[in-house]
Design a protein around this ligand. Structure first.
Ligand code: ADP
Length: 273
């Protein structure tokens, strides 16, 4: 069953003003439970507006969003549980750390869910391990950590809520290559271990190609496609026409395929190691 479904989802900023902008236009989409997907599209294509509908932060101008088959916004009281079910990690989430210690910060979400002490402690420990933060780091102030560690602490705070769907907006932005790799590897492990749905907004096609199984492409507020990584990269020319630079390996792959040599569906993961 689709964990996220949209029907003719449309969102307009500044309706009735000279600044009116259709940011999401008539999107019909189904994201299955357990999908690990990248969301790509040029700047301003509507990615951020789209994902904010998935946990009820934005209300559709028209159309509908369903989470686990339940329509959002019919009953406002149901929005709170949805925010626990769909966890959103914004860009530069480390700026939202505020507690005295990293452990307390990670515990903030689970505490707000009303969980008991033992369960909160278990979740803090597990998510800290998931992102590679030591017991010692947990007792530090977030401000004593390095930039990369702070980012990881912030992501652990959302993971600790064990959302059915974890959505991350540019989780690796601003990090050095090693930091990028660590963050993306950790998100990949999270998906593998938990089997939960993970959506990753990224402008790096290399990162997307290396890590995800499916890709959602937004173009000028419209959904261009939502399909398996390999199938999306087969449409390299169309992607490039949208200003999306496809990875080098895509060109090699498509050229070989045209010559009758098919490297198979694993080419991206294998090719990028
Ligand atoms: P992306 O995440 O792909 O960069 P966004 O969803 O942020 O795209 O933006 C989609 C369109 O909506 C862009 O044209 C952007 O300028 C516009 N937009 C985004 N946020 C606002 C806002 N708060 N008010 C007015 N227009 C906005």
């Amino acid at each position: 069953m689709a964990v996220i479904k949209t029907e003719k989802l449309t969102y307009v900023y500044g309706e009735g003003t000279p600044f009116r902008k259709v940011a999401v236009d008539n999107v019909d989409l189904e994201i299955e439970k357990g999908d690990f997907a990248g969301i790509i599209g040029h700047t301003g294509s509507g990615k951020s507006t789209l994902i904010q509908h998935f946990n009820g932060l934005l209300k559709p101008t028209s159309g509908a969003v369903y989470i686990d088959g339940e329509k959002l916004w019919d009953d406002k009281a149901k929005l709170r549980p949805v925010r626990f079910k769909v966890g959103l990690v914004f860009q530069y989430p480390e700026y939202q750390l505020f507690e005295e210690t990293v452990a307390k910060d990670i515990a903030f979400g689970p505490k707000n869910m009303g969980l008991d002490k033992d369960e909160i402690a278990r979740r803090v420990k597990e998510s800290a391990e998931m992102v590679g933060l030591s017991a010692k780091a947990l007792e530090k102030s977030p401000f004593e950590l390095s930039g990369g560690q702070r980012r990881r602490a912030a992501i652990a705070g959302v993971m600790a809520m064990e959302p059915e769907v974890l959505i991350l907006d540019e989780p690796a932005s601003g990090l050095d290559p090693k930091g990028r790799e660590q963050i993306l590897g950790m998100i990949k492990d999270y998906h593998r271990q938990k089997g939960n749905t993970v959506l990753l907004v990224s402008h790096s096609m290399e990162d997307i190609a290396k890590n995800v199984d499916k890709i959602l492409v937004m173009n000028d507020a419209k959904l261009f496609c939502y399909d398996e990584t390999v199938k999306v990269f087969h449409r390299a020319e169309e992607l490039e026409a949208m200003g999306l630079a496809v990875p080098q390996i895509t060109r090699v792959f498509n050229r070989l395929k045209a010559m009758g040599i098919d490297l198979g569906e694993d080419v991206y993961t294998v090719g990028f190691g």
